[in-house]
Design a protein around this ligand. Structure first.
Ligand SMILES: [Zn+2]
Length: 69
């Protein structure tokens, strides 16, 4: 039996960046971007541009986080 214990997953104040798919409301496409995750919440990293329409990705929605670090 394989029982995975993930006790190390709790890092309350740890902030890290991850790749994610974000939804650009300007061109209504999902593009890759960097998000900053803090605890259980994640926000799109400011200052990025949409790869399709070059608009700021600040108001983009996070669709899916890429778990691979
Ligand atoms: Zn866009």
């Amino acid at each position: 039996m394989n029982i995975q214990t993930r006790s190390r997953a709790q890092h309350p104040a740890l902030q890290y960046e991850a790749k994610a798919f974000v939804y650009c409301p300007i061109c209504t496409h999902t593009v890759e971007g960097i998000v900053v995750a803090t605890g259980k919440t994640a926000k799109v990293k400011p200052g990025q541009k949409c790869s399709r329409c070059s608009a700021a990705l600040d108001p983009a929605y996070i669709m899916r986080m890429d778990r691979a670090a």
